[in-house]
Structure formats: structure tokens, C-alpha cells
Design a protein around this ligand. Structure first.
Ligand code: NAD
Length: 352
């Protein structure tokens, strides 16, 4: 059984990108752009000295700028790719959209509904392409689950659990990930991936009920039940594991006649058990990289990051606005996680 995950980006329209924020995720996006054809990273915006070294390590000829405004003033840019800490997303989206640039912004869209709506209004007014880095919608194993669900082959989905667990992240600049007013902790930064995919797969739940663990007022682990009529759905996300524990993303989807399971800690990562048959590895296509650039053939760590940016770039070239991981979809995911946080804080279910 093979599922589709092929992205053709043969169009030769050259696109110029400015990456804003060149930490963990900015560098990941740089790897993807280097693997895509006819993309030039013309500017990098960052304020920390270590970034200068990182830009050189990636072999980029991009100029380093201190602000988004500076790169927009001084360089011709088609795409602004925002990989800043979350509290800075909304202002950067507004600035880039008002300058008429296409915008890709990392998840979460923003920290608050007001900021998210302000950013989306600017995008709407400018008429530019806009996509949010809710990359699980583009992750091959998760896409395989979506395809299987839609095929109806396993009958109805009866239950789904999802999880993302990690060691406490120690890399973020100024430790912004652990400041509630900058990230809202593991609840919004990590767990939103699973919430977003649940909404993508099943639509809006009637309500959510969460419990969690906080350190210094910030959720480091959140467990949530999502209430749907016929499907039992639960997810947990936490980064309160010991330093050497690592990272795991996993899910188990039980259907009337099948079980689909994914665990990033084992290889192959995706398995299916069909009624009366043995549990077997489930095949899915990984992204195809045509470039002969520095990351050619090295897709192991690019996964959905490659797919999401390839899709965004292709949409600009073909004139089709994003339909997956759009601004309004990212807003609903933000709204749902904020309800989960409220539920855990107030120890009650929150109706959506
Ligand atoms: N999609 C995913 O799987 C995923 C994974 C990790 C992070 N993220 C998201 O990516 C975003 C960035 O996270 P990160 O892990 O790369 O953090 P990071 O701390 O590694 O990088 C942030 C970068 O922004 C720079 N920066 C901070 N303030 C700035 C400013 N005012 N102007 C210019 N540069 C500035 C910092 O110097 C740093 O290099 C966050 O929204 C995070 O949630 C997404």
C-alpha cells in the first residue's frame, strides 16, 4: 500500500527569500530552501552574534540584517519567512504583508487571539500568500493516516491518541521557550502540533478537558481529551523529560477493522494491522528532492518541513493560495490550545 506525498516544483520562477530569526527553525528552513530549486536566500535577519557564524556555516551568500524593516528597505525580496520567537510573530507578519511580501510564519501563529486576528487582517488586506508552519499536516506518516482514514478501508475511526514528548529544550535564545509571556510553554509550543492535526482530521471538537503540570507558572506537560460524538480522542505534549531522553512523536488510530500506529522512536515508524492480518510496516512516499544542492538526498530530518515549504513555494509559482495550514486554520488551532490551557487552569471542560 503506497500513499502519495510527491511535490513537483519544476517551475523555474526564481524566488528570493528573507529568513527572519535564524535559530533552530530558521536554520531548518534554510536547509529546505537550499534543497529546493530556484530559491535564493537573499537576507537573514537576526540580532545574535552566533548567527553570523551559522550563516557562514550554511554557505549562504545572504546578507545579515538587524531588522525586518532593513532587509525590506535594502533588498528585493519575494518571501518573508518568519522563524522568530512566538511573541514577535504578529508584528513581523503585519510588517511583511504591508510591504506586499508573501509570508510563511512558523507555528504557533501568535500568542493571543487578538494578535492572530491583527496579523490575519493585514495578510487579507495585502492579498499575499500566507501559510503557517503547522508541519504535521505535511508530515508523511500523518498524511498516510489521513489518506487511510479517507479511504474508508478500515471502517470508522473509533479512537485516536497522539503524543509529543521531549527533553526540556535548552537551546532557545534567552530561554524564551520557558517564559510564559513569550511561548506559553509546552502547551502552545509543542502540543499545538497534535491539536492542529486533530482539527485537520476531525474538525472542531465540542469541548476540551485538560490537566497539566506547570513549572514556574508555565505548562511543561498537558494532557487533553477532545470530545467528539463517536470518537474517543486524547493527546499529550510535554517537554519535562530528562536531558538525554530525546524526542518522540507518536499516534495510535483505532478503526473498526484496523489499527494504524506511528512511533518516531522505532524504524520503520509506521505500522498497520488490518483485521485477520499480522501487524506490518505501512509504506508511504518520502519527499523527493531533485536539487543537487548541499542537502540533496538528505531528507531524514526535513520530512514535513520540506513538504510544507515546497507546497508554499509551488503555490506562489502557480498562483494558488495555500489551502492547508492557512491563517484561519492556524487561528482555530491557537484558539483550541488556549481553551485547553484555560481548562487545565480552571479544572473544568471548556466548550468550543
Ligand atoms: N514547526 C516546528 O516543528 C518547530 C520547531 C521548533 C520551533 N518552531 C517555532 O519556530 C519559531 C522559532 O523557534 P526556534 O526554536 O527557532 O527558536 P530559537 O531561539 O532557536 O531561534 C529564534 C531566533 O530568533 C532570533 N531573534 C530573537 N529576537 C529577534 C529580533 N527581534 N529580531 C531578529 N531576530 C531575533 C534569535 O536570535 C534566534 O536566533 C517559534 O515560533 C517556534 O515555536 C517550530
Amino acid at each position: 500500500m503506497v500513499f502519495l506525498s510527491y511535490y513537483d516544483h519544476s517551475d523555474d520562477m526564481k524566488l528570493r527569500v528573507a529568513i527572519v530569526g535564524f535559530g533552530f527553525m530558521g536554520q531548518m528552513h534554510a536547509k529546505v530552501y537550499q534543497a529546493l530549486e530556484n530559491i535564493e536566500i537573499v537576507g537573514v535577519v537576526d540580532t545574535f552574534p552566533a548567527t553570523v557564524k551559522a550563516v557562514a556555516e550554511y554557505g549562504l551568500s545572504a546578507t545579515l540584517f538587524p531588522t525586518l524593516e532593513a532587509v525590506l528597505d535594502q533588498t528585493a525580496v519575494d518571501i518573508v519567512d518568519i522563524c522568530l520567537p512566538t511573541d514577535l510573530h504578529a508584528d513581523a507578519i503585519v510588517t511583511a504583508a504591508r510591504a506586499g511580501k508573501h509570508v510563511f510564519c512558523e507555528k504557533p501563529l501568535a500568542l493571543t487571539i487578538a494578535d492572530a486576528e491583527r496579523a490575519l487582517a493585514a495578510v487579507e488586506a495585502a492579498g499575499v500568500h500566507f501559510q503557517v508552519g503547522q508541519c504535521i499536516r505535511f508530515w508523511p506518516e500523518y498524511q498516510a493516516l489521513e489518506t487511510f482514514l479517507k479511504s474508508g478501508q478500515g471502517g470508522c475511526l473509533t479512537s485516536l491518541w497522539m503524543q509529543r514528548r521531549a527533553s526540556k529544550p535548552a537551546y532557545s535564545q534567552e530561554n524564551w521557550l520557558h517564559a510564559n509571556h513569550r511561548s506559553k510553554g509546552a502547551a502552545l509550543d509543542l502540543h499545538i502540533h497534535d491539536t492542529d492535526f486533530i482539527l485537520h482530521l476531525l474538525g472542531k471538537p465540542q469541548s476540551v478537558h485538560s490537566i497539566g503540570h506547570k513549572v514556574d507558572g508555565v505548562y511543561t506537560h498537558l494532557f487533553t481529551h477532545y470530545y467528539y460524538d463517536q470518537i474517543a480522542v486524547t493527546a499529550q505534549g510535554g517537554w519535562d523529560y530528562p536531558a538525554q531522553w530525546g524526542f518522540q512523536m507518536a499516534f495510535q488510530a483505532v478503526f473498526e477493522h484496523a489499527v494504524v500506529e506511528m512511533d518516531s522512536l522505532i524504524s520503520p515508524s509506521l505500522h498497520i494491522t488490518l483485521q485477520d492480518q499480522k501487524r506490518v510496516a505501512m509504506l508511504f512516499n518520502k519527499p523527493v528532492i531533485k536539487s543537487d544542492g548541499p542537502n540533496s538526498g538528505n531528507i531524514s530530518d526535513l520530512g514535513g518541513y520540506y513538504n510544507e515549504l515546497a507546497t508554499f513555494v509551488r503555490g506562489i509559482r502557480t498562483g494558488s493560495k495555500p489551502t492547508i495550514a492557512t491563517g484561519p486554520q492556524a487561528l482555530e488551532s491557537l484558539r483550541t490550545v488556549l481553551a485547553e490551557i484555560q481548562s487545565a487552569d480552571e479544572k473544568r471542560s471548556i466548550t468550543l
